[in-house]
Every structure is written in structure tokens, then in C-alpha cells.
Design a binder for this molecule. Structure first.
Ligand code: KIV
Ligand code: NA
Length: 268
């Protein structure tokens, strides 16, 4: 199979919805890969996999290791890797150094960065140098300290205008897709109608050109269920039930049984 390309994702504007999920590991990437269009190695891995309190502690080295793992497990979906906090904000040159490492060392096809108007020239700088970029506007988890938490965006007219400006600036700078996170339906609709790039929503209504969720949220691995998550499985309960039975079996002495036991050198 051939991987879905950047122009193919860009060409989905207003067409067939883009189906995206996060992936951090080889086995999960392998399961999701045939079923989705885009796999994002999100810096959410800091919280989901490493138990960090936010995404601010995620390093470029972590993103490279998980990016490599996801590339090994996939062959169909487009793979994009997040630029983590502190690796792109200082200058376009810093962003290029970080993004080119992600591309060169993982083999991923694109990078994603959280963007406000000031980051637009960095997007243009990367795109000019052959690095496809996905922008990320609205609720920006890397800005949670400045924002005072994880807050949906667009409560005031000024904030709505700000998010729309961020989106149009990233679009004009050449981002080939835009993640739109945590905004009300009418703002998501306005953004989607005002940018050339397809929008990929998370907590941003059905107005977007595609949708993404954190895979572990979609699969019900955590108690944390914000309004925008739909649980398509209850992996938490499945894992707890399986582990309870495993522990019981060991304690009762019924695991391992005869058929799970090697008897080397004995005739049947
Ligand atoms: O880090 C992440 O997982 C993300 C997606 C939720 C869009 O940025
Ligand atoms: Na992210």
C-alpha cells in the first residue's frame, strides 16, 4: 500500500471527511492504520503515556521516539508529528531545525504546531523549505499556563476574532490542514468557510472537514470524559475485568493450567 499524501489530505476540503486519531506506539498504530486517513503523534502523549501534568514537559526526543514507533506500525495513513513546547517558538530557524529532525529521524510526512498570528511566518518558513505543516488553533494546550487552564475559545467577540485571525494567518502561510480545538459550532463553521485548508475538529462541532480524538479517550481508557469525547469502547473496564480474573486465577492456582505448561522430554 501507498501512504495517503499531503495533497490528498489538503484536497479533502469540503469533500469526504478526514478521519484522524492519535497514535503513540507501534501496535496501536498498526491497528488504526488501515482504518483512518491520518495518524497524529500528538504531544498529548506526555499526559496519556508518560503521566505528565501537561504537554509542556514533552521533549523533541520523546516525539522522535514515538514518531519512529508509529511509522514502524503504519503504511497507509499520513503520519504527522507534533512539535512540542519550546522547540519552535523562538524563531523560524529554531522551528526548521526541530521540524527537519522530526521528518528526517522518523520519516513522518508532516509536522503540527500550535499557532497564533506570530507563528504564521514560521509556518511559511517551513513550507518554503519543503516541510508540510498542520496548524492548531482555538484551545492550544501548550498555552495552558498563559490561559489559566484548558478553556474552550470563543466566549467573547474579541476572542472569536482572535481565533479566526490565527486560523486565516496559518492558512495564508501555507498550512495544508488546520486542527481546530475547543470552539463553538458557529466559530468552527466561520473558520472552515474562511480557510482554504481543511479543518480537523476536536471539540469543534461537525462543521469541520474532519475529526480527530485522542485514541485512548475514544476507546474509554480513562474516567476523564469531556463533552466532546464519544466513547466507542470501554477499554478501562475490559482491562480491569481481565486483570481481576488473571489475579484470581493465579491466587486460586488455576493459571497456568496443563495446556499452558511445557512438559519437555516427556512422551504424551
Ligand atoms: O496532542 C494531541 O493529541 C493533539 C490532538 C488532540 C489534536 O494535538
Ligand atoms: Na498536541
Amino acid at each position: 500500500t501507498r501512504r495517503i499524501t499531503v495533497p490528498e489530505i489538503a484536497g479533502r476540503k469540503g469533500g469526504q471527511k478526514i478521519v484522524a486519531l492519535t497514535a503513540y506506539t507501534t501496535p496501536m498504530a498498526a491497528l488504526l492504520d488501515p482504518l483512518v486517513d491520518l495518524l497524529l503523534v500528538g504531544d498529548s502523549l506526555g499526559m496519556v503515556v508518560h503521566g505528565l501534568p501537561s504537554t509542556q514537559g514533552v521533549t523533541l526526543e520523546m516525539m522522535i521516539l514515538h514518531g519512529q514507533a508509529v511509522m514502524r506500525g503504519s503504511s497507509h495513513a499520513l503520519v504527522a508529528v507534533d512539535l512540542p513546547f519550546g522547540t519552535y517558538e523562538a524563531s523560524p530557524e529554531q522551528a526548521f531545525a526541530s521540524a527537519s529532525r522530526l521528518i528526517a529521524e522518523t520519516g513522518c510526512q508532516a509536522v503540527k504546531l500550535e499557532t497564533h498570528k506570530g507563528v504564521a511566518r514560521t509556518i511559511a518558513f517551513l513550507v518554503d523549505r519543503g516541510i508540510p505543516v498542520i496548524g492548531h488553533v482555538g484551545l492550544r494546550p501548550q498555552a495552558s499556563n498563559a490561559d489559566g487552564g484548558f478553556k474552550a475559545k470563543g466566549r467573547t467577540e474579541a476572542e472569536r476574532q482572535q481565533v479566526l485571525d490565527d486560523a486565516t494567518a496559518a492558512d495564508l502561510a501555507g498550512a495544508f490542514a488546520l486542527v481546530v480545538e475547543g470552539v463553538a459550532a458557529d466559530l468552527a463553521d466561520t473558520i472552515t468557510r474562511n480557510v482554504n485548508a481543511p479543518t480537523i475538529g476536536i471539540g469543534a462541532s461537525a462543521q469541520c472537514d474532519g475529526q480527530i480524538l485522542v485514541t485512548e479517550d475514544m476507546l474509554g481508557l480513562f474516567d476523564w470524559t469531556p463533552k466532546f469525547v464519544r466513547r466507542y469502547a470501554n477499554l478501562k473496564e475490559t482491562i480491569q475485568q481481565a486483570t481481576t480474573t488473571y489475579a484470581d486465577d493465579i491466587r486460586k492456582g488455576t493459571f497456568p493450567a496443563d495446556e499452558e505448561t511445557y512438559r519437555l522430554g516427556t512422551k504424551a
